[in-house]
Design a protein. Structure first.
Lengths: 500, 464
């Protein structure tokens, strides 16, 4: 679950009410959030770096709130406050409208075909007449970071760039060029660099180095220019310094470049809707409705009844609503889960035990009665455990292998229960003898019948006088591709020694 | 019992005296070592109120070994004097003509038991010279007690068949049990506490009419574990960080292809009343073999199988089996743990029904106070976390997760539209650790577990 850190007093100011910690905790429970931690910057630094480093840090109270993974509209103070206000009927559910500029044409972002090779999609929007304070500015930057970490999958799916519109001029072009052909002054630097140089420069930057692999090996890198050739950004790595936002910025140009268009739209919607309240051009509409319509409205899902049906407007802040069941859940949350009457289903069924488990339970009882003690061992172990230590070669065991095991203890799934029991005895050397152990549980064996070299159902084992001497059949398509072949292929392989 | 002879002789002596007798004196008059008398006193005491023995200690002066030698042969000085030949000696500035062997005389006094005739000063000086030592002697002052008799009756330890047959038990005295002593542990086998708890949960499900699902497959394809549950392919849980992928065999190849197509469509384009996730769904991703991350994969298989029936019948399924997560390990998390899962599929199941079933289930665990919190799972909507009130900690703690399966999961399987499926789950390890007071999961599961814990673990009674 993503965690959002907000200054408590700022949040209460936005909510228009001061809560005690318990009251706020209760509100979170009803809404589906969790108040994970109450701390301060000072406390955090103190914990991580020691008391001396923390002495100058702020001790303003911070709330760390866990929000559900599918609610991108709750990732910043503005979104949280708005959601809770509407839930508590303190605010009407907002309606977001796209508004044309007072004077002049709308801005344009032109996408060229070169981007298809590296980052095909882009969407953009403008927030006009914004007023930033330090807090709003910090929140704006923080939301981008949170979205990057979550839905954007660390900028690989979507990357956000925000720019001061008054420092640049449209129409804007999103294209892709060879790294050597890109040169600009990146954010917080004093001189120009080529893209190739930037890749080396940022290799040591603890924050940016993680994003370099997204475009590093591509023939062309994405780049956004304004009509004067000023670089806005080189997504997903870094923005240009020229168009950077400050507290004085009044108009913001937001661009989202992506490999997934749906997600790009969701991300753009979030950026725009969360901060639209600071724009002087947003109008709020309110509608009256009845019961469920009212409940939904408390969840920012504006609704009205039309005859027997309910018409629900899904705002751009709620991309998680994709089916009527999502609407139903919000209605239930607004009603209060704990207010719903519980009922007992009338489902009549007769229980059945799984025969394998039934037998296991009987055997367990009798094994214990016979004086054996039950062990419980891990299903994952090292290759040594099931092969070398048992006097076998790993290839003989028919074991399944784990890719990227973190340690040797996670290399394979056990093919026998014996190593586990022997390890248990080894760990309990000091216990008085005799040690009598048992375990009844699953092991994992590759399906030997399915010879993965051959196409299922199109192969056979060859027997001579009751002994297996080889196999024949149509090769599996994977095998054919592995050897860079294209035509179907049959094969036979046999041991001739039995015929001597 | 040691030497009833001595004990009885002792008793006879005690009978004769008024008041009591000192054990040292008794030892003397009986002509035995004091320790033998002490032994007799102890065994008489064990019989009950025959005698009463009060421990006393006294000090007296005793000759050391050197002291004894001097008492016999004279002090060193005297011996030197005595060994000078009458002819005299050059060094014979012997200051004295004759000596009186004071030391020897003092020592002889002590030897004869007349140390009280000596002054403290004299005794202490000889003590410094290591010729005398002050010895503490413990003795007993023995008196008659309420059940005094001069015969020692032998005490029996066990009731025997002969005693029963002859009725002789009526005349015998039986030695009282020593409740302070530990008994001999019987030779027996033991069941593992986690498995004991599993047995109880299995029992609860069976009592509620739930049928057990076949979960004997640790390996699952991503298709059944994730895709059929409407969990999108770019979801973080499908990362290398959270899931164990197989390198061998890497891919699964057998799927119900019609169903797979429907799953692909609902993910990428929507349908069944849903907008879908709108991304490019890839077969290769779904084919990846993994160690299952939840037993919900089996529930999906079972629900698909149910949907293939001619006519729908309501079902209640459960499973309790092992799942695997490739996460950071700590005191309460291991890569392998057991998941408990319950599923009910029927026409018109409601959220109220889910809460009702949960109440019934948890009541069998002795938990009656429940609260539900809105939550999020990719495959259920609505989702509810289940909390119960912990009297000891005086707060609400999470005891499980639950929800109603999404239509995007059920409808492509072919289940009728008005059928809803409710489900809930919890881990097996957590209630076990709470019940058995274990704080570190490594002390419960795996080969490093202390077998003594398994030997000593009590009955599992979940409802009390």
């Amino acid at each position: 679950m993503p965690t959002v850190g907000v200054k408590r007093d700022l949040l209460f100011k936005a909510l228009g009410k001061t809560y005690s910690d318990e009251e706020f905790d209760e509100l979170c429970f009803e809404f589906g959030l969790e108040l994970d931690e109450i701390t301060s910057e000072k406390e955090i630094i103190s914990r991580e770096q020691g008391n001396s480093k923390a002495s100058s840090a702020s001790d303003v109270i911070l709330y760390k709130i866990d929000v559900p993974a599918n609610r991108y509209d709750l990732l910043c103070l503005e979104g949280l406050a708005r959601g809770l206000q509407v839930f508590k009927n303190k605010l009407d559910a907002p309606r977001y409208r796209r508004v044309s500029p007072v004077s002049g044409d709308r801005q344009r972002l032109i996408i060229t075909k070169e981007t298809a090779a590296v980052r095909p999609h882009a969407v953009a929007a403008v927030l006009r007449n914004i007023t930033f304070t330090q807090e709003r500015y910090d929140s704006f930057i923080e939301l981008q970071e949170k979205l990057h970490q979550n839905i954007c999958r660390k900028r690989s799916l979507v990357a956000i760039g925000t720019h001061d519109l008054d420092t640049i001029s449209g129409p804007f072009t999103f294209t892709a060029k060879r790294p050597g052909d890109i040169s600009f002054r990146p954010l917080n630097q004093t001189k120009e660099y080529t893209a190739t140089q930037l890749m080396s420069l940022y290799k040591t930057d603890s924050h940016l180095k993680h994003y370099l692999p997204i475009i590093e090996d591509k023939p062309v890198y994405p780049i956004i220019y304004d009509s004067n050739g000023v670089v806005l950004s080189m997504p997903p790595i870094i923005n240009g310094d020229h168009s950077k936002i400050s507290l004085q910025t009044k108009n913001v140009f937001i661009e989202c470049t992506a490999t997934d268009l749906t997600k790009a739209k969701i991300v753009l919607d979030m950026m725009v809707t969360m901060f639209s309240e600071y724009s002087d051009f947003l109008s709020f509409f309110s509608e009256s409705a009845e019961s469920i319509a009212q409940l939904l409205t408390r969840m920012c899902l504006l609704s009205q009844t039309t005859g027997d049906e309910l018409e629900v407007e899904i705002p751009p802040t709620r991309p998680d609503v994709i089916h009527a069941c999502d609407i139903m859940e919000d209605a239930a949350v607004a009603y209060g889960f704990n207010n719903i009457t519980r009922t007992i289903p009338r489902t009549y069924t007769v229980a059945n035990q799984l025969p394998l488990n039934k037998l296991t339970e009987l055997l367990r009882q009798d094994l214990a009665a016979a004086g054996f003690t039950e062990a419980l061992n891990f299903a994952l172990c090292s290759q040594e455990d099931i092969a070398d230590k048992l006097g076998k070669r790993i290839s003989e065991t028919g074991a399944v292998h784990i890719s990227n095991p973190k340690t040797a203890d996670f290399q394979v799934a056990r093919t026998t229960l014996l190593p586990g029991l022997l390890k248990t005895i080894a760990a309990n050397r000091k216990m008085p003898l005799p040690l009598k152990l048992f375990e009844i549980s699953d092991v994992v064996l590759k399906d030997q019948n399915k010879d993965s070299t051959f196409f299922p159902g199109r192969c056979a084992e060859i027997f001579v006088c009751g002994k297996s001497v080889g196999r024949l059949g149509v090769l599996h398509p994977d095998v054919i591709s592995h050897f860079e072949l294209t035509m179907p292929c049959s094969a036979l392989e046999m041991d001739i020694e039995p015929f001597l | 019992m040691a030497d009833t002879g001595v004990a009885e002789a002792l008793l006879r002596q005690i009978e004769k005296v008024d008041g009591g007798a000192d054990s040292l004196e008794l030892a003397n008059s009986l002509g035995v070592d004091h320790q033998v008398v002490v032994g007799a006193v102890k065994s008489l005491q064990a019989l009950g109120d025959v005698i009463s023995a009060e421990l006393r200690s006294s000090k007296h002066w005793e000759l050391t070994e050197e002291g004894t030698e001097i008492a016999e042969q004279g002090s060193h000085e005297a011996r030197v004097f005595g060994s000078i030949p009458p002819e005299g000696l050059p060094q014979a500035e012997l200051m004295v003509e004759s000596i009186q062997d004071q030391v020897r005389e003092t020592l002889l006094l002590v030897q004869r038991g007349r140390s009280t005739q000596l002054e403290e000063k004299e005794k202490n000086e000889l003590k410094k010279r290591k010729l005398l030592s002050e010895v503490t002697v413990k003795s007993y002052w023995i008196t008659k007690d309420s059940s005094f008799s001069t015969t020692v009756s032998k005490q029996e330890t066990e009731l025997t068949p002969e005693m029963i047959a002859t009725g002789s038990w009526k005349e015998k005295k039986f030695k009282p049990y020593n409740f302070e002593a530990m008994g001999v542990a019987p030779d027996c086998g033991h069941l593992h506490p986690l498995m004991k708890v599993r047995t109880q949960f299995r029992q609860i499900f069976l009592e509620m009419g739930f049928t057990e699902m076949p979960t004997n497959n640790f390996i699952e394809s991503s298709f059944w574990n994730f895709d059929s549950l409407f969990q999108p392919q770019q979801h973080p849980a499908r990362d290398q960080h959270d899931t164990f992928f197989l390198s061998e065999p890497e891919l699964a190849h057998q799927f119900p292809w019609d169903y797979l197509e429907r799953v692909k469509r609902v993910h990428s384009q929507g349908g069944y009343g849903s907008q879908g996730y709108k991304y490019d769904w890839k077969l290769e991703e779904a084919q990846k073999n993994i160690l299952r991350t939840h037993t919900t994969a089996v529930s999906a298989r079972m629900l698909y199988k149910l949907a293939q029936q001619e006519t729908f019948s309501p079902v209640k399924y459960f499973s309790i089996d092992r799942v695997f997560r490739n996460e950071t390990l700590d005191a309460t998390h291991l890569a392998e743990f057991h998941q408990i899962e319950g599923v009910v599929a029927d026409y018109g199941m409601t959220l109220g029904d889910l809460m009702g079933v949960l109440h019934q289930f948890f009541t069998k665990l002795g938990i009656t106070k429940l609260r539900f919190k809105p939550a999020y799972n990719p495959y259920t909507e609505p989702s509810m976390e289940v909390f119960s009130y912990h009297e000891g900690l005086k707060r609400w703690v999470e005891v499980g997760n639950s929800g109603v399966f999404r239509p995007e999961m059920l409808l492509p399987m072919g289940l009728p539209e008005d059928v809803s499926v409710i489900a809930w789950g919890l881990s097996l390890e957590r209630p076990t650790m709470i019940k058995y007071g274990i704080n570190n999961i490594r002390e419960l599961v795996g080969h490093k577990v202390n077998l003594q814990m398994v030997y000593d673990s009590p009955l599992c009674r979940l409802d009390s």
